[in-house]
Structure formats: structure tokens, C-alpha cells
Design a protein around this ligand. Sequence first.
Ligand code: IVH
Length: 718
Amino acid sequence: MTPETQAAALREQLNRAAHQYYTLDAPELPDAEYDRLFAELQALEAAHPELRTPDSPTQRVGGAPLAEFAQVRHSVPMLSIHTETDSSPAGAAAFDARVRAALELVGDAVIDYVAEPKFDGLAINLRYEHGVLVQAATRGDGSTGEDVTANIRTVQQIPLRLQGSAPPLLEVRGELYMRRDAFEALNERQRQLMAAGDKAARTFANPRNAAAGAVRQLDSRITAQRRLSFFAYGLGAITPPQEGGPVFEYHWDILQALRAWGFPVSDLAQCAHGAAALLEYHAKIAAQRDALPFDIDGVVYKVDALAQQRRLGFASREPRWAVAHKYPPQEQLTQVLAIEVQVGRTGRLTPVAHLQPVTVGGALVARATLHNELEVQRKDVRVGDTVVVRRAGDVIPEVVSVLMERRPPEAVPFVMPAHCPVCGSEAVREEGEADRRCTAGALCAAQRQQALQHFASRRAMDIEGLGEKLAAQLCESGMVQSLADVYGLQLAPLAALDRMGERSAQNLLDALERSKHTTLPRFLFALGIRHVGERTAQDLARHFGTLDTIMDADEEALMQVEDVGPAVAHSLHSFFAQPGSRALVQALRAAGVTWEEGAPAKDAPQPLAGATFVLTGTLPTMSREQAKERLQAAGAKVAGSVSAKTSCVVAGTEAGSKLDKARALGVRVIDEAAMLAMLDSGAGLNFLEENTSQADFSDLPLFSLAPAAQRTGGEGQG
Ligand code: IVH
């Protein structure tokens, strides 16, 4: 194969894969394979720059920034559609009546239409010559638009080369838009950039503005990072039939041809026979509107037969054969009555605007999120302001912007409280973060259920049977107000809870009793201190030995612990600085929670440092959690899956695929007894080298401790 044919084959394969992935939503090529082929094509193009064609998928990443956009004169003007003035469902009948009158239809002749969603993005004209995308332009004033080819090339759903046979000239028209999830993710990222001090970062009011902003980027590499989508809905210039171009009789056939050329065409487009079907379509799409992954602002009706379209013609630059039938807008003006700060289950403080209730996109909205204090500052939302609220789909309504000219003179800037409005504890915003959080954790009523669930979880206090549902019941009934209350629960009131009964209640009491004998790392982790995960809790316990020394340590002392940085140290210190935290620890101890305290072991031996273990199956005497703790205490990493890097697998009975994999990779496998002996020896993996031998592979295929007699001659697995 010459480099040229090889590059062509790679382009073809990659373009097909992208079409399957982005347009058909039915990927066939594994991602890794796509990446491999892509890298191959990139290497080939680097070695032979002349092979870098405009339809190469490598050209989708964006290129050097432009100084400005060139002007493009549309060879066929890009028209707008008339909006039906009667936005009630009856508007469809009005349009049908006008079409019938203009066509001078008599009797009960019925018109066939195509009904489509009216996508809320921006119109784009895509020009293909001999099947290759050569130019993309915005609508502009309808006669002249801007050349945004470099940006449009980065949109994965837009084919760089048409599929099948295409006319020499083809212009495709459609809507460029941003999906709601892409929009939310973009704004979230922008908020983070703003929190990190990026002065140029800003959020976008709605997906349409975000899409328009992305297309008008002079730097196409930025466009490439925004996830844009496209729906084709029509044609512009095309090779005429007398020069071999395709002949279409119906708009519906155009949509099918667009799909066959590789364009996304909405599944929601459908044929509609007469006015009644249009009405039905209007109602059907209205009912689906909130659940759609993208914004629409109405539906469009188009006369299906192109011969009829030609007879209908145009009226003042608008076709008589099409109409837009709008839905209620997703943005409305209203007034801010108050700004309240809510505390979420994770302690996050969210400012929420209470609004003069207003109907937005068909639903009544009385509250809207202001996201965080930085957003409130940037938008400068104040009580009394007239604001734009947006509600789209299931997304929480948000305040988009303020109408400054309508601001009452007495309006004062909003100040985020420095204390949690629920519990009064300090609320802090860490550097580089957008959110302010309550520091009280479990002590804060807003966070109680979440805190209780965490406290009871397997890796924390391991209270069997205390899951999400029960945690909610306990908190909601008021039976648990402080975490320590769980150890005071009584049989009768527990048994009376919904779906409980005496037996489950007794089981819970037994589990609670068992959980009292714990370890310091588990206890520390169970407190749910922000940034203190399982591993950090273990490091802290190892370093300080006792809870009291941890509680009394200042930030500097805390940072002496490996992997404890300023954020963790600050979080720990401010947690234990709250009197409530100390009272909670006191109450839990008084309730009988105990653990073995050790000496501060700054240089506790870590014989398994650098080794990675995997646990599988049921061990004879200990739970996998316990085994994990022991291994981690000796410095080992405990991983979830076996790889060539795994040092050793500890297997119990009913060990499954992990054991098979270990065997296939030749990874050492031991049983619990060998693990315990190794831990007790303090010699780490060396102990195994010296003391294990391969047991019978047919039964439990483990390396276990060799019988004493064989031990001297036993061989390890090297
Ligand atoms: S057809 C001559 N179909 O609505 C008719 N337009 O005023 C050409 N739009 O900005 C337009 N969805 O981008 C058509 N399914 C659809 C549409 C649609 C959205 C936009 C279009 C233009 C405006 C038309």
C-alpha cells in the first residue's frame, strides 16, 4: 500500500467510526482502536504533509486563530420562517387554512406536511464540493454570513466527507446547537475557572448563546473543546437535475437523503396529513419538550410536496409553505423577593432566589438557583431586582441576568453569610473553590442523614443494616439528632418504624453493639471530616497514635503527616476547633465506642511499602475489610483488580476471576494464614519468598505456608 492509499483508508475508517459514534449513537469501533488508527494517520500526515486533506479527521482539532471571519455571500439566500401569530394549538389550523386558500384547493382535499421541532440554536450553511466540506457559513443577514469553516470542522456530527454518492455541489442547511448536558457542564467548568481566579471566564445564559459563542470563536481550538451538535433540515444550492443533480419531489425525501449522506436528522420529524395531524404533533412535542436533551422553541410545519412549495412561493422574504409554531418561552422576567441560603446534604451553601411566581416554559417557577456567591457577585443579583429566569427541562431554574435599569435605588448587594444558616457553624470557601461549605459535618442538621449514612457505612463504623432508608427514617423521626444518638436507640421505638419489626430492630441493636469495638482510623474516617478519606485517616492514626493528639494538633503538626496538605490540615483543625465536634467525640466514647490507641509511631515499619495486594474470595477468619486494613497498615496498596503489577493475591474460598487472572499472569497467590504469618514476621514479601511453596493447583490453587518439613527447601515464585 502506498502512503496515499493508506491515508485514504484510515480517513475512511475513522470518518465512518465518528459517524457511528456521534451521529448514529451506535459505536462499533472500540475507543482504543479509534485512538490507535487516529495516531497512525497523524504520524502518516506528519511524515507526508501533502496527505493532510481537508476531510481528514485530524483536521477536527482546530487550527491557528484567525484575525477575523471572512464574509460569505450565500448563493441561495437563507430565509427566516414566519411565526404563526396564534401561538395556541389553533395556530396550526390557521396556517393550514392559508395554505389551502393560496393553493385554491377545493372540497376536502388534504395537504401533506412535514412537521419538525424548531431547534433553538443557530442556522448554518454547509457547502460540499465533490462530497468534501469546503465551506461553512452563518446565516448573517440572510444574504451574507460569516465564514466559520475552521470552527465547523471541529463539530464531530458534521461530516467532512459525504457518504454514498453525492452531487458535485451540495449545500446543506441545519441548526447548530448545544445539548443541555453539554451546556450545564460548560457552565460548571466556567464557574470553576472563575473560582480559580480566571478573569476572562464567564458563564453563558443558555445553550443557544453558548453555541453561538463557540461558533464565533476566532480560535477554533476553543470551539473544538465545546461539545456542539447539529441537525440538518434542508438544502441550499445544489447541482440541478439537468446537470446530473438529484431530483426531489418531497421535503420528506430530502430529509432521508440528508440522513443517507451522513447528517444527523431528528427522529422527531414526521409526516402530518392535514391540519389535525399538525395539531396533534404540536401537542405531542410539547409533552416531550422537557425531556428532550436539547432546547426547542417550537415546531415547524412545512408543505411536503416541493411542487406545492413552488406554487406557494414567498411573501416578503418568508416562504408561504412553512411556519414556525412557538411554545411558551423558557426565559421570563420576574422579581427577586428574597435571597435565601440553603445548605445541601454535603454542606454546600447555595444562594437561592425567591421569586414573584412566574410561568416559564409552561411551569410555575417561584425559586431559582444562584449557584454560588461568585455567581451572585458577578451577576450582582439583589433583592428587589427584576431578573431573567430560565427553566429548561428538568434542570433547576436559574437566574440568568439582572435588568439593571429596573433596579430599585434601595437595593443592596447580597453578602454570603460566613456561618451556616442551619447550624451556625463557620462556613468557609477554600481557595480556588466556588462553593462555601458548612464545616460542622455531622453536627449540622442539614448534613445529618448523609453523615449518619457515612458513619454507619462498611468502611467506617460498619453498622450492618443501617443504610440510606433507615438513616432517613432515623433523622426524619428525630430519633437521631446527633450521631451519638444511634447508640442510645431502644428496641420498641425502633421496631415501630415503618418496615422494621422487632427482629430487624434487634439485629440493628446487635450490629450497633458490635460496631462499638472499632479502630482509630475507622473512627476518624466515620466522623466525615471533609478531605479525610480512609487513607488519610490511616496515615493520621499511624502518625499520631491517639485521637487526643490529633484533636490537639495544630495545622503545622498535621501537615507533618505524609500526604496531608494545607486543605486537609485546615479542614481537620477547623473541625476539631468546633466545640460540638469535641462533644460528639465525648458522647461516642461515653456510649462505649472504643479502639486500641497506639504510641505515636512516626516511623512505624512499612515492610510492604511499594507492594500491591488484591483480595478475593471469602477468607476463613477475617473479613476482606479487616485484611485490607492490616495490609495497608504495613504499607501495602490494596487494589481491586489483578494486573501484571500486582505483587500478590490473597485468596479465600469461592475466589473467582481474579484468581484465574492471577494464575494467567503468574502472580503469586497466598491464603489468609500465609498473609498473617507474613504480617507477623515484619519481613514483607521476603517472608513469602522464603516460606511459601506452590500448593496443589487442582484444588485451592494457593501458595500457602509449606509444611514445616518442606520449609527449608521450599521455593518461592521469584
Ligand atoms: S427551515 C425557509 N426547519 O429557525 C425555511 N428552520 O426562521 C428555512 N430552525 O434560524 C428554515 N429548526 O435555523 C427550519 N426544523 C427547522 C428549524 C429551523 C430551527 C431555525 C432556523 C432559522 C429559523 C427560521
